[in-house]
Design a protein around this ligand. Structure first.
Ligand SMILES: *Cc1c(COP(=O)(O)O)cnc(C)c1O
Length: 396
C-alpha cells in the first residue's frame, strides 16, 4: 500500500535521538531549547515554545489569548476537529467562517460578511479567529489580520500543515499577521517528532503565559512571581499563577525535530516537485469546463505552499461516484484520504446546534475531495502509478 503520507527518518535522525538517550536529560534539557531556537530562527518569530502536540498548542494559545467561558471563537469548517475543539476546551462558543471554493481555506469575503452581519444584529464578536493553512498553503493573512483588527480579535494561525510555507517574503510562523502560530510535528506532517508541536509568537506577554501553561501554570522565575522577594530567601520556591497542564515535549522528540528541521528544505523541495508533477499530469482531467472530471488545488498569489496535502476535487457531476473512485484507488493499493469532513457536520457539533447546509461552500469543497499520496519518499514511479490508476478509474 502506498500511504497518503509518511515520515522520512534517516541515520542522522536516529543518531540525534540516540545521543539524547545517552545524555543526562530526557526531558526539560538542552535539546528543547535548541529546537525552539532553531524553529524561531527558521521562521523569524521572536519566541517559540515546543509542546507535546499541536492540539494542546492550540488549546494553550487560546488560553493565552484570554479565551474563556462566554467568549466566541471563529474557526474554519474544512479542517481537522482540533482547530475548533481548542475553543470548546476553554469553555468558549465555537462558530465557523465559510470556505473559499477553490482552496477550502477561510474565505476573506465570508469573514467580512459575517463580521458585518454580526455587528448589524448587535451580537457578540469573536475574541479569537483561527485561519487554517489547508494543505500547507497560507491563508490570505494580511486581509484576515485587517478584519480581525477592526474588531479587536486575536489571530491564531493553525499552521499544522504549513511549516516551510511562505507568505509574501516571510516564512509561515513569523507571526507577521497573527498573534500566534501553531505547528504540528505528527509523522504525516512536514517534519516530525513522533508527536509534537510548536507555538510561535512575537508578543512577550503571550509567550510568558504559554511558558507557564505548558508546565502546570508554574514559574520558577523570580521576575514573574507575585512574591519575588521570597525567591531570594527560599531558592526552592515556585509559584503557580495559572491553571496549566503538562504539555511538554521530551528532549528525545526535540532532538529528532532538530535533525528533521535541518532537512526541511529538501523535504519541501520534493513535495513541491511532486505537486507540480500532479498538476501537469492531471491537467487534462481538469480542463474542458463542464465535462471535466476534477479540479486541482487552487493556488493563492504571493504564497508558496509547503504541500502537506494534494487534494483534488471531483466535479459536482461525479460527487455521487466519489466513494466508488476512492474504493477503487484503495483496492489498487493507493492510500487515498479525504481532507476534511467539515467540522460542523460531526455528530458532536450537530448536537451543539450546527446543521448540514450551514456552510455550503465548505460542504461543496468536501463533497468532491480526495487527497492523493504526497510525501518526501514518494517515488516518481509510484506517482506515475497513482496518476495512471486515477485516470483509468475516472475514464471508467
Ligand atoms: C494534525 C492537525 C492538528 C493537530 O495536530 P497534532 O499535533 O496531531 O495534535 C491540528 N490542526 C490541523 C489542521 C491538523 O492537520
Amino acid at each position: 500500500m502506498i500511504p497518503y503520507g509518511r515520515q522520512s527518518i534517516n541515520e542522522a535522525d536516529i543518531a540525534a535521538v540516540e545521543a539524547v538517550l545517552r545524555s543526562d536529560f530526557l526531558t526539560q534539557g538542552p535539546a528543547i531549547e535548541q529546537f525552539e531556537k532553531a524553529v524561531a530562527d527558521y521562521t523569524g518569530a521572536k519566541y517559540a515554545l515546543a509542546v507535546s502536540n499541536a492540539t494542546i498548542g492550540l488549546h494553550i494559545a487560546c488560553l493565552a489569548a484570554g479565551l474563556k467561558l462566554g467568549d466566541l471563537l471563529w474557526s474554519s469548517p474544512v479542517t481537522f476537529v482540533a482547530s475548533a475543539n481548542c475553543g470548546l476546551y476553554c469553555g468558549a462558543t465555537v462558530d465557523f467562517v465559510d470556505a473559499e471554493p477553490q482552496t477550502g481555506a477561510m474565505s476573506v469575503e465570508a469573514l467580512r460578511e459575517k463580521i458585518e452581519a454580526t455587528q448589524k444584529a448587535g451580537k457578540a464578536l469573536p475574541k479569537v479567529i483561527i485561519p487554517v493553512h489547508l494543505m500547507g498553503q497560507p491563508c490570505a493573512m494580511e486581509e484576515i489580520r485587517t478584519l480581525a483588527d477592526s474588531i479587536g480579535a486575536i489571530v491564531i494561525e493553525d499552521a499544522a500543515h504549513a511549516i516551510g510555507a511562505t507568505y509574501g517574503k516571510q516564512k509561515t510562523g513569523s507571526c507577521q499577521f497573527s498573534d500566534m502560530t501553531v505547528f504540528s510535528f505528527h509523522p504525516v506532517k512536514i517534519i516530525t517528532t513522533g508527536e509534537g508541536g510548536m507555538v510561535l509568537t512575537n508578543r512577550e506577554e503571550l509567550y510568558k503565559s504559554l511558558v507557564m501553561l505548558r508546565s502546570h501554570g508554574i514559574t520558577r522565575k523570580a521576575e514573574w512571581m507575585e512574591n519575588p522577594a521570597i525567591a531570594q530567601e527560599e531558592p526552592w520556591v515556585y509559584e503557580q499563577l495559572l491553571l496549566g497542564f503538562n504539555a511538554r515535549m521530551t528532549d528525545i522528540q526535540a532532538a529528532l525535530g532538530n535533525s528533521q528541521l535541518s532537512r526541511i528544505e529538501e523535504f519541501i523541495a520534493r513535495r513541491r516537485q511532486l505537486a507540480q508533477c500532479y498538476d501537469e499530469k492531471l491537467a487534462s482531467l481538469s480542463s474542458n469546463g463542464d465535462d471535466a472530471y476534477l479540479e486541482l488545488p487552487g493556488r493563492r498569489q504571493n504564497t508558496d505552499s509547503a504541500w502537506h496535502l494534494y487534494t483534488i476535487r471531483l466535479k459536482p457531476h461525479l460527487w455521487s461516484k466519489r466513494a466508488e473512485v476512492f474504493k477503487s484507488l484503495q483496492a489498487a493499493g493507493i492510500g487515498v484520504n479525504v481532507h476534511y469532513i467539515p467540522v460542523h457536520t460531526q455528530p458532536y457539533y450537530q448536537k451543539l446546534g450546527f446543521k448540514s447546509g450551514d456552510f455550503p461552500k465548505a460542504e461543496a469543497y468536501y463533497a468532491g475531495a480526495i487527497s492523493l499520496p504526497l510525501y518526501y519518499g514518494l517515488s516518481d514511479s509510484e506517482q506515475e502509478f497513482i496518476v495512471d490508476t486515477l485516470i483509468k478509474t475516472l475514464h471508467g
